[in-house]
Design a protein around this ligand. Structure first.
Ligand SMILES: Cc1ncc(COP(=O)(O)O)c(C=O)c1O
Length: 368
């Protein structure tokens, strides 16, 4: 059937989510204004408690951003100068910048083209006598093969910090992403599946000693005000963001379920036209991003834009080929699966409030 009307489909629609929550958010903000409670305090503690319980970790430590969460998680385990940290080349630059910020050296590896997840065989091959940690990334909302990663880590005595910035609530063999590694890092950037109304991040861990160190690290290394026991930084989860995130957390599983339904609908309509995402056995993908592949990516993106459909490319330049990473010695051809995907991937609109009409419109546009 020919399409006669155009419809605007945003990539994400934060207004739709906030419209429903606005009265609750306004009450929470006005409560904070009344109390003058702006830095850490009860709201942050309550949200840390709720989030740790949700993930299934003993501790949750609220920090300023997702980038900072990865850095603080690594530093919490004493990883820094002289240490190598293995991470995938197909990730957002923050993963790499966090490893560098901790003082360590990122060592890139390729992905499994079926899932976009770090290739466990490539990790094994990249381990040297200086390797101290692995930062696998649950890219697009799909948990990596954590059993394989943890087995390699155990064999070589490495720390695993899950980059779960795109995977709030996703499950690996029944356990939440963020509860399997030695620590995990989350981002609450507004467009994430659990997003703040500004920046925010969280580290989860079940290691008591590392958790205590991370609490010091995020707050100037101070145990008692103006007494600084270690070299820390200022990276605290904002109290206002904690209050908003606490309102949103109980809705997260329902929002993720809606994203999975939308992914099923996209797959049913698109699988014979483009490559649709595969979900590995035993994992629950939460579709932070819905990423298709096609040889004619740029033409398709331009056509969708002309039809008022916003899309994204996550990510157009792999980390090892970023100009900022040149000192790390990355060269084209090093990671064939990652580099091939970067030329073919396209992220379609995906958010919980996406309507069936919007999905039909996007799917028809892609097929046309
Ligand atoms: C995979 C990944 N890691 C880390 C981050 C960093 O999070 P933030 O933007 O909160 O610093 C993000 C998101 O932006 C991300 O997608």
């Amino acid at each position: 059937m020919a399409m006669t009307t155009t419809m605007k489909v945003p990539f994400v629609d934060l207004q739709a989510q906030h419209a429903a929550l606005r009265p609750e958010i306004e009450r929470a903000v006005s409560g904070l204004l009344d109390r003058g409670d702006f830095i850490l305090g009860a709201e942050v503690e309550r949200f840390e408690h709720d989030y740790a319980a949700f993930i299934g970790a003993k501790h949750a430590i609220g920090v300023g951003t997702g980038l900072s969460a990865i850095e603080i998680a690594l530093r919490g385990f004493g990883i820094g100068a002289g240490d190598e940290v293995i991470t995938p080349a197909n990730t957002f630059i923050a993963t790499v910048l966090a490893i560098l910020a901790a003082g360590a050296t990122p060592v890139f590896v390729d992905m499994d083209p079926a899932t976009y997840s770090i290739d466990p065989r490539a990790i094994d091959a990249a381990v040297t006598s200086r390797t101290r940690a692995i930062v696998p990334v649950h890219l697009y909302g799909q948990p990596v093969d954590l059993d394989a990663v943890m087995a390699i880590a155990a064999r070589h005595h490495l720390i695993v910090v899950e980059d779960a910035a795109q995977a709030h609530g996703a499950r690996y063999k029944g356990r939440r992403a963020g509860s399997v590694g030695h620590a995990a890092a989350f981002s609450f950037y507004p467009s994430k599946n659990l997003g703040a109304i500004g920046d925010g991040g969280m580290v989860t861990t079940s290691d008591d000693g590392a958790a205590a160190r991370m609490r010091l690290l995020r707050n100037y290394g101070q145990r008692v005000k103006y007494h600084h026991s270690i070299v820390g930084t200022n990276s605290r989860l904002d109290t206002l963001q904690a209050a908003v995130l606490r309102i949103k957390l109980p809705r997260l599983d329902a929002w993720n379920a809606a994203r999975r339904r939308h992914a099923d609908a996209y797959r049913a309509r698109l699988q014979d036209a483009v490559q649709t995402p595969a979900t590995a056995a035993g994992v629950e993908h939460i579709f932070h991003l819905y990423v298709i592949e096609t040889d004619r990516r740029d033409a398709l993106q331009a056509r969708l834009k002309a039809m008022q459909i916003d899309t994204g490319i996550h990510y157009p330049v792999p980390a090892h080929l970023q100009e900022a990473c040149a000192p790390l010695g990355g060269r084209p051809g090093m990671f064939p699966a990652t580099e091939a995907a970067a030329r073919r991937i396209l992220s379609l609109p995906m958010f919980a409030e996406l309507s069936e009409r919007q999905i039909d419109y996007v799917a028809d546009a892609v097929r046309s």
